[in-house]
Ligand binder design. Structure first.
Ligand SMILES: Nc1ncnc2c1ncn2[C@@H]1O[C@H](COP(=O)(O)OP(=O)(O)OP(=O)(O)O)[C@@H](O)[C@H]1O
Ligand SMILES: [Mg+2]
Length: 267
C-alpha cells in the first residue's frame, strides 16, 4: 500500500549540504503497524515529511496505492513530533480536533460525535472548550493524537508522538494506538527512538542506520497479537527482540551490522 523507493533527501543550504537520507526502500502493506527506529538525527522526521507529501525528495519516490505522492494525500493523518506547533492557539480543543473534519465536509452532528469519541479515547473528555495553551504539554500532544484519530485516516503517520508525556500516560497511549489499529484497521507507521516501545507496539520494526540513512534491518515482531504492558514486557521473547534491536541500533551508530545478533534471533 505504501511504497518508499530509493528515497534520497539532501538539504541544501548556503554553506551547508546535509544528506539526511541516502537510500531508503521499503513497503508497508495495508493494515500493518510498523515501527521505525533509528538514532537521533538519522532522518526519521525527514522521511515522514516525504511520505506525507510535505517535503519533496531529492531522488526516489513515495507511492500510495500505486500513485506517486506529490502533496498531502487524502486519507492520511500525521501526528508531528513538535506538538507545540501543530495546534492552533486561537482555537478551542474542539475546534482544533474538528478542523480536518470540516475540510473533509463531515456533517456537523457526526463531527461532534467523532470529536467527543476521540477526546474520550485519549482521556481528554471535558477539555473541549479549553485552549491548547491552557493545557500541559502531554495534554496538547493528546489533542493532536485525538485530531488524527477523529479524522479516521487510512494511513496514520506518528513521529515520536509520546516523547512529551509521562510514563503512565505513555503506556496508556501505546495501548490506545494498538486498540485503534485493531478497531479501525488503519495502516500505521510509528516513529520512535524508544526501542521497547517499538517492539511492544509493532508487528514489524524497521531499523535505520545513522545518517546518511539506509534501512539497517527489518524485523518481524513475533509476539502474540494480544499484548499488555505487564505480561508482554516480561516475556522472554520480548527481551530477546529488544536486545537484538538495541544491538542493531548501537551497530548503526558505529556504521556496522552485527550478524551474530541476527543469528541469535533466527535460532
Ligand atoms: N530543514 C532542514 N534544513 C537543513 N538540514 C535539515 C533540515 N531538517 C533536518 N535537517 C538535517 O537532516 C538530518 C535529519 O534530520 P531529522 O529531523 O529528519 O532527523 P530525526 O531522525 O527525525 O531526528 P530526531 O530523532 O532527533 O527527531 C539532520 O542532520 C538535520 O540536521
Ligand atoms: Mg525527528
Amino acid at each position: 500500500m505504501l511504497e518508499v523507493r530509493g528515497l534520497n533527501k539532501v538539504y541544501e543550504g548556503h554553506q551547508r549540504r546535509v544528506e539526511a537520507v541516502r537510500d531508503l526502500t521499503f513497503t508497508i502493506d495495508a493494515g500493518d503497524l510498523v515501527c521505525l527506529v533509528g538514532p537521533s538525527g538519522c532522518g526519521k522526521t525527514t522521511l515522514l515529511k516525504c511520505i506525507a507529501g510535505l517535503l519533496a525528495p531529492t531522488a526516489g519516490e513515495v507511492l500510495l496505492d500505486g500513485r506517486p505522492v506529490t502533496g498531502p494525500p487524502r486519507g492520511m493523518a500525521v501526528v508531528f513530533q513538535e506538538y507545540g506547533r501543530s495546534l492552533f492557539p486561537w482555537m478551542s480543543v474542539r475546534d482544533n480536533v474538528a478542523l480536518p473534519l470540516k475540510q473533509k465536509r463531515v456533517a456537523k452532528a457526526r463531527r461532534r460525535e467523532l470529536v467527543d469519541e476521540a477526546l474520550a479515547a485519549v482521556g481528554l473528555a471535558g477539555t473541549e472548550s479549553a485552549y491548547p495553551w491552557q493545557l500541559s504539554g502531554g495534554m496538547q500532544q493528546r489533542v493532536a493524537i485525538a485530531r488524527a484519530v477523529a479524522y479516521e485516516p487510512e494511513v496514520l503517520l506518528m513521529d515520536e508522538p509520546f516523547a512529551a508525556v509521562d510514563a503512565q500516560t505513555r503506556a496508556d497511549l501505546e495501548d490506545l494506538v494498538r486498540a485503534l489499529w485493531k478497531r479501525l484497521g488503519v495502516t500505521i507507521l510509528f516513529v520512535t527512538h524508544d526501542i521497547d516501545e517499538a517492539v511492544y507496539l509493532g508487528q514489524q520494526v524497521i531499523m535505520l542506520s545513522a545518517s546518511p540513512t539506509v534501512v539497517q534491518e527489518r524485523l518481524a515482531i513475533d509476539l502474540p497479537a494480544e499484548r499488555d504492558q505487564l505480561h508482554t514486557r516480561a516475556d522472554a521473547r520480548f527481551t530477546h527482540l529488544r536486545t537484538h534491536v538495541y544491538e542493531q541500533i548501537q551497530a548503526a551508530k558505529r556504521g556496522t551490522r552485527t550478524d551474530a545478533a541476527v543469528a541469535s534471533v533466527a535460532e
